[in-house]
Design a protein around this ligand. Sequence first.
Ligand code: NAG
Ligand code: NAG
Ligand code: NAG
Ligand code: NAG
Ligand code: NAG
Ligand code: NAG
Ligand code: NAG
Ligand code: NAG
Ligand code: NAG
Ligand code: NAG
Ligand code: NAG
Ligand code: NAG
Length: 478
Amino acid sequence: MRLIDLAVPAALAAMAPMAVATTSSGLTPDKLALVYQRMVELSTKSWENGTRAQATLEWKNASLSVFSPTTPLPLPDGLQSSSIPEIIELAESTLANRPNASDYKVNATSTTTTAALEDTATATDGSSDGEQTASATTTANATATSTPWVNVPAMNNTQLPVGWPLLKDDAAGDPASLGVAVLLANATTGDATYNGETYGAAAEAQLNFLLYDVPRTAQGAISHRVNEAQLWADNVYMVPPFLAYYGALTNNQTLLDLAYTQISLYRDALRHSDTNLWQHTVYGGVVDSGMWATGNAWVVAGCARVIATIQRSSFASSMSSQVADLQSWASEILGATEKYISSNGLLHNYVDNSSSFEDSTSSALMAAGGLRLSTLNLTNDYVNMSLTLLSGVSKKVNDTGYVTQVTDPYTFSKQGTESPEAQSFVILAYSAYNEWVAQGSNGIEKGKNPIGSSAASPRATAGMAGLLALATALWVLA
Ligand SMILES: *[C@@H]1O[C@H](CO)[C@@H](O)[C@H](O)[C@H]1NC(C)=O
Ligand SMILES: *[C@@H]1O[C@H](CO)[C@@H](O)[C@H](O)[C@H]1NC(C)=O
Ligand SMILES: *[C@@H]1O[C@H](CO)[C@@H](O)[C@H](O)[C@H]1NC(C)=O
Ligand SMILES: *[C@@H]1O[C@H](CO)[C@@H](O)[C@H](O)[C@H]1NC(C)=O
Ligand SMILES: *[C@@H]1O[C@H](CO)[C@@H](O)[C@H](O)[C@H]1NC(C)=O
Ligand SMILES: *[C@@H]1O[C@H](CO)[C@@H](O)[C@H](O)[C@H]1NC(C)=O
Ligand SMILES: *[C@@H]1O[C@H](CO)[C@@H](O)[C@H](O)[C@H]1NC(C)=O
Ligand SMILES: *[C@@H]1O[C@H](CO)[C@@H](O)[C@H](O)[C@H]1NC(C)=O
Ligand SMILES: *[C@@H]1O[C@H](CO)[C@@H](O)[C@H](O)[C@H]1NC(C)=O
Ligand SMILES: *[C@@H]1O[C@H](CO)[C@@H](O)[C@H](O)[C@H]1NC(C)=O
Ligand SMILES: *[C@@H]1O[C@H](CO)[C@@H](O)[C@H](O)[C@H]1NC(C)=O
Ligand SMILES: *[C@@H]1O[C@H](CO)[C@@H](O)[C@H](O)[C@H]1NC(C)=O
């Protein structure tokens, strides 16, 4: 009875958007379809495609996302590639654009890193163009500007497996964001070949590149950049979720542990202990010591994905302390951020700088992360702030489905007119939102939800059908 009381009204509410339309600021299904379409059209860069793949998974193929409690990892046999057409398309375009191994030979005699080493610190993708913001004044690590002692494992050990990335990129971390899509293509095609390479081998080369050919800090943090050790908060969404997923699919706990350790090392270097906010980047040629809001959101959302991956894996029971740490690291950022939310329900582009513009991009991803901690049944403490942010962002989506008032994705300190990642973040946030509604809208007083129940997605419908079926089954049993 209790399940029916809770689940059915939530599910029915998700089905009947007009019932609450007068007070809700949530986007309608039609508007969300436009947001999705713009996401598909705008996404071109490695990390944009990787984030888009995750948004497609969570929105359209939720049963295969790590947030689905019903799909254990490793994945069951018999999955068909025809059931995830958009993921396969992204995996195919990735393999079509894949660089040759010969471009990535580590030169064991050189004193500098030679993997892809014609690249310089100046990003051709523009992602390092941001203006330097005011210097950090709080922690020793965060004020560091010189690259710490660097090592590249393959340079001192030519016996290590050869690695190279899925895409040619000055960022070492960004191409790995497509790793989950490639691993899913592998699992659903029985390791098919595309453009002369199997999906499994392409994923393995990407893994080996990260493990052996990318520079590391003295502490072992794998750089976000190819040419030198630089740590960017963004990396937490790009690399650890791939490492964890690879580990979960291949029953390799070492890789799940590494996903955790990498986040821990990035936190050591980027977090300001007095505020719990993370500065954007540290070390090397690109140091943005400001508390970039999207960077903090990448961390929260990346932690949520790694937690979910661990929990779906066969090592869940032995990794509860790692899950607890990851949850507390995500929580400390959410908690630190809440007080800076503007009266429009948005974060500033630099969280603690109220002179920086109010930014939809980070607000959407932060909301997604906060709601995921709730759907993972970890804590409802950030539900209210997430709904505030999602409500604020929803008002910035225009009639043609563009998220407006965004951080320029290629010059992070500036406001831009459109953003592929912001489109994906809104889809991620509504994916989390719908699941949160389907689970009973926990953590907020009745009638206080600013979004309402206007957002039906394929996932919400599927979830609803499942809940109704379960409720009916229990009813019959009772
Ligand atoms: C991103 O995906 C689009 C659509 O599949 C594709 O056209 C584009 O080449 C991809 N970008 C990269 C860097 O692979
Ligand atoms: C995945 O999404 C596609 C649309 O991109 C849809 O046709 C398909 O049925 C979905 N499959 C699953 C397993 O959810
Ligand atoms: C890989 O090498 C082949 C043959 O040399 C060349 O045609 C192709 O353009 C190269 N691919 C990339 C992505 O550089
Ligand atoms: C390796 O690096 C050394 C020193 O920089 C250089 O002389 C040599 O040509 C490089 N070899 C290759 C194969 O790139
Ligand atoms: C190789 O190992 C030596 C000794 O441990 C170390 O000093 C050096 O920095 C290493 N080089 C690289 C590129 O990792
Ligand atoms: C790729 O798929 C093959 C065949 O199903 C499987 O044996 C292999 O472990 C997969 N590789 C990865 C890295 O998941
Ligand atoms: C786990 O993955 C690492 C990195 O690829 C590899 O060295 C190790 O042998 C793997 N362990 C197992 C148990 O497969
Ligand atoms: C950060 O500072 C602490 C304490 O000074 C130090 O132990 C740690 O190694 C530093 N981490 C990095 C990544 O520099
Ligand atoms: C805050 O943002 C404004 C506007 O971008 C900028 O001029 C100012 O330097 C920033 N302040 C700090 C402390 O970073
Ligand atoms: C969270 O709890 C709900 C209700 O008990 C359950 O349906 C759901 O599967 C749980 N989610 C996870 C990720 O464990
Ligand atoms: C929820 O958020 C709203 C808007 O930011 C705020 O006014 C309200 O006090 C919050 N409620 C709780 C219980 O924190
Ligand atoms: C929505 O925003 C986009 C990107 O800024 C713009 O090109 C488009 O004209 C806007 N559409 C409407 C209806 O305002």
